[in-house]
Design a binder for this molecule. Sequence first.
Ligand code: NDP
Length: 253
Amino acid sequence: MHYQPQPELLQNRIILVTGAGDGIGREAALTYARHGAQLILLGRTLSKLQAVQEQIRQLGLSPAAIVEFDLLTAKPADYQKLGAELASAYPYLDGVLNNAGLLGTINPLAEQDYQEFCDVMQVNVNASLLLSQALLPLLLKAPSASLIFTSSSVGKVGRAGWGSYAISKFATEGMMQVLADEYKNTNLRVNCINPGGTRTGMRASAFPDEDPQKLKTPADIMPLYLYLMGDDSRRKTGMSFDAQPGRKAGPAE
Ligand code: NDP
């Protein structure tokens, strides 16, 4: 995407990123902070979140807060408690990036372990729903808010072996569309990003034989993440965006 964001695109915006300790979420958090945002870093591994927080501090940017939260094991009441805690600390939220994800095992659906299917759905779908429910009141208080979900190319066209992950990403696209329709007359826009093959730990476990140098880095795909979080996308809702349009799904060639 050829998008030139204003350096202060997200000045004073309050943005929560899930899975902010690693991969694309880490890069998104740092990128949003560099464009002026105040970050809430949510993830399950405290040391990784602390490293991102420290990097933001060393760059002299708006201090980031940490929420240590396991999206796999948290119960609905934990999300409501989190929503209440954030509501007492922040006047509103300008943006939420639902980025954390679980890949699961790549194998045929006939062999899919049921518990693992439930875990993938829990992190990729149920957690995004519960978090959205808990944070919608804060998003609706912002002058203009952006709720972003993370999809995948296998969330649009099924592919053999990608069972639970693909099903979870189709569900994510559906959740985005339903929410966008429900909030179409409000300040809140709801969209999906499909990052496309990107050089991260998850990608390496999905395609262990792939040459990572042939992949875009998380930093390369940030223009779309900025566009959808900032005011330039104010009128866009209910849409699914590709961070690497035209890229063929599957291993890098
Ligand atoms: P990574 O595995 O590199 O990072 C995922 C992040 O999610 C990590 O910070 C991880 O935490 C966090 N996370 C996982 N499970 C939980 C949990 N139970 N509770 C809280 N946090 C959790 O993945 P990517 O950066 O590659 O992926 C980011 C998103 O992009 C995902 O939704 C993925 O499906 C999607 N995507 C990625 C593509 C790619 O090529 N990389 C392509 C298409 C879609 P921890 O660091 O503690 O493990």
